[in-house]
Ligand binder design. Structure first.
Ligand code: WTA
Length: 638
């Protein structure tokens, strides 16, 4: 019988746990970690470092995360559903795996990886649809100690190549194709294109999903189902060090190319498990559904690892919220009796815009808890979610966190702590948020606003950026040594509840997806017509933020008005090829110049105002090299 993990049940429990976690973090986290399956216990609970960013948790311990996700549940939950898969098309077959079956599937996939020469520490990139084999493959990597790096299957071949090369992956896992609503996408072809410039890759394992014929590169590509034929369904778990890498996940920052956020084994496990249990309050017989794709961190921590570590039944959905119609989410909830539902504001806002009948025609009786993640949830969306989905009966928990934090940092605990529209709420035990002035002074007291930073290490903290620790140090610990800097601005209300306002750096959040403005500019600048560009975010009703690009074209490219639509279309095509459809600019304005200071720095403040439509209040332009350019930009606003 596995040891039971205690759970916070009341607000007093929360206050008590919080207090203990601050007063004696070592003792607190040692007791949280105790019930897991360890091959060897830790020598030290925590070695914090918020200056150079060399954080360690549970150092010296030995374990395998999949033993904790799967093996330890077999005795008591072997026949319990672990993974439920709902296909894109509601008329096709669902798949359900019990813990015992999932364990076998993971072991079998792990053996296929081993048979294909994958070794502990090797990086394996996954570019796959939301099918059970994606979840299985991720766990199979962890089973044998390979480092998984999942690439969201909406990225372009160029974006794949960047990530595969940065990770120096030797193996790529993919499928023949994927379904996204009414569309089918030839995933393998995108991978083939990417791998033309990825010399590190020696093996591609292809999972059959659509049954499409695909090109199989001789000596490099193999079919999963052929490899699995003779692969055993048991596989011993590799013994991992607490600080051995578990995964790399690429995410955008304010500068340069996306960086590989690294999480390690023990700390991430403890954090994903602890936060899942206490935030969502999932009960033994619940069905839990997180709509995120495994290509993002939410899918890692709260579709896969968190629920499985807790022995929960987790639902995985292949499709989109609007296919075959905008009632699909609610249909799935009724069909599977989902009790706890976790989604993103952008999905809520897009469904809000459709007739209310789409939601009112479903009972949604099973729901008990509603979660939100990825971007600020505006009050209107919060109320719609609370009223029409939760029937005013379910707490709406707004969970703030980041790829770099590994798991939820600030959130109400469902049914335990207070919720307030558009507010994430209070920090989880172990999390010490502070608001800083631009100069780095802590702002005391309530009713205050500032830069959100964290002043103590926690088990899920980012360990490094793959292959470049200096970058992690500069980005997260450099701005305010002694603090982890989040890049977000926040407000603390009169009761100490946090409200996240948005990014304070050059990162924009489009439908919950992070992009660096520089990353999109670099993509635009690849277009032959383009000399220079500047990208800013602006408020967008459904996406949260939209992408507004100001672009200077080379002489002659847009000589006539009539050339403009063609040039704009070709810029969009370039961005889609460089990054993917998700980074497509919503608006492109062709300009003859950009507002620059005499030292050549683009004044984004002005561009943001224009994009937001705040043109009557543009501010001081006297320091600009050419103030006249501002009038031109304002008059050409899209
Ligand atoms: C934003 C997603 C407001 C924030 C888990 C953060 C949020 C970035 C919330 C991280 C929330 C995430 N309220 N903003 N509840 N959750 N964000 O790495 O700006 O994809 O810095 O992680 O999303 O995005 P990431």
């Amino acid at each position: 019988m596995p040891l039971q993990h205690p759970r916070i049940r009341t607000f007093e429990d929360y206050q008590d746990a919080y207090q203990r976690s601050i007063e004696n973090p070592e003792q607190f986290w040692a007791s949280v970690a105790e019930p897991f399956t360890w091959r060897r216990k830790w020598e030290s609970v925590c070695k914090p470092d918020l200056v150079d960013g060399h954080n360690e948790w549970f150092s010296g311990a030995k374990l395998n995360i999949t033993e904790n996700c799967l093996d330890r549940h077999l005795a008591t939950r072997g026949n319990k559903l672990a993974l439920i898969w709902e296909p894109n098309d509601p008329k096709t077959r669902q798949i359900r795996y019990t813990y015992r079956e999932l364990h076998q599937q993971v072991c079998q996939f792990a053996n296929v990886l081993l048979n294909n020469g994958v070794e502990k520490g090797d990086r394996v990139c996954l570019y796959m649809p939301m099918i059970p084999q994606l979840a299985i493959a991720v766990l199979a990597c962890a089973r044998i100690g390979a480092v998984h790096s999942v690439i969201f299957a909406g990225f372009s071949s160029t974006a794949i190549a960047d990530r595969v090369n940065d990770a120096q992956a030797s193996v790529v896992l993919t499928s023949d194709g994927l379904n996204r609503g009414p569309k089918q996408i030839p995933v393998k072809r995108v991978v083939d294109e990417a791998l033309e410039s990825c010399p590190s890759v020696r093996r591609v394992i292809v999972v059959e999903h659509l049954g499409w014929p695909v090109h199989m590169e001789e000596g490099r590509d193999v079919w999963y189902h052929e490899e699995a034929q003779d692969a055993a369904k048991t596989c011993p778990a590799e013994e991992m060090d607490a600080e051995d890498m578990l995964f790399i996940l690429y995410t955008s920052g304010s500068t340069g190319k996306p960086k590989g956020v690294v999480h390690t084994t023990a700390g991430y496990m403890v954090w994903a498990d602890y936060t899942f249990r206490n935030v969502f309050q999932v009960e033994e017989n619940d069905i839990y559904w997180c709509t995120a794709d495994i290509g993002w961190v939410t899918g890692h921590s709260y579709l896969l690892y968190g629920p499985l570590l807790n022995g929960a039944s987790t639902l995985m959905f292949e499709g989109v919220p609007t296919y075959p119609d905008a009632g699909r989410f609610w249909e799935v909830i009724d069909k599977h009796g989902v009790n706890v539902f976790y989604t993103a504001p952008t999905a809520i806002r897009s469904l809000m815009a459709t007739p209310l009948d789409n939601v009112l025609s479903y009972s949604l009786d099973s729901l008990r808890v509603l979660g939100s993640v990825g971007e600020p949830i505006n009050e209107e969306a919060w109320h719609w979610y609370h009223t029409h989905v939760g029937k005013e009966r379910c707490p709406v928990i707004d969970t703030w966190w980041q790829t770099e934090t590994g798991g939820i940092m600030i959130s109400a605990l469902a049914g335990v702590s207070p919720t307030k529209p558009a507010h994430a709420g209070q920090p989880l035990p172990g999390v010490q948020p502070v608001l800083l002035t631009q100069e780095g002074q802590e702002i005391e007291g309530n009713n205050q606003e500032g830069y959100l930073a964290i002043k103590a290490s926690w088990p899920g903290i980012i360990r490094t950026t793959y292959g470049d620790h200096e970058r992690a140090k500069q980005t997260y610990f450099g701005p305010y040594p002694g603090y982890y800097f989040t890049g977000d601005g926040a407000r603390r209300d009169e009761n100490g509840l946090y409200r996240i306002i948005g990014r304070v750096d050059d990162v924009i959040n489009v439908s919950g997806h992070r992009f660096g403005t520089a990353e999109i500019e670099n993509a635009i600048n690849e277009n032959d017509n383009v000399v220079e560009s500047a990208v800013v975010g602006y408020p967008h009703d459904v996406k949260g933020q939209g992408i507004y690009a100001f672009v200077i074209c080379r002489d002659g490219a847009c000589a006539n008005e009539a050339d403009k639509p063609r040039v704009e279309a070709s810029i969009i095509e370039t961005v889609v090829a460089q990054i993917g459809k998700i980074a497509k600019p919503d608006k492109i304005q062709l300009v003859s110049g950009l507002p620059k200071t005499r030292s050549g720095k683009i004044m984004r403040r002005i561009l943001r105002k224009v994009a937001e439509g705040e043109t009557s209040n543009i501010g001081d332009v006297t320091t600009l090299l050419d103030p006249a350019v501002v009038d031109e930009i304002i008059s050409g606003r899209k």
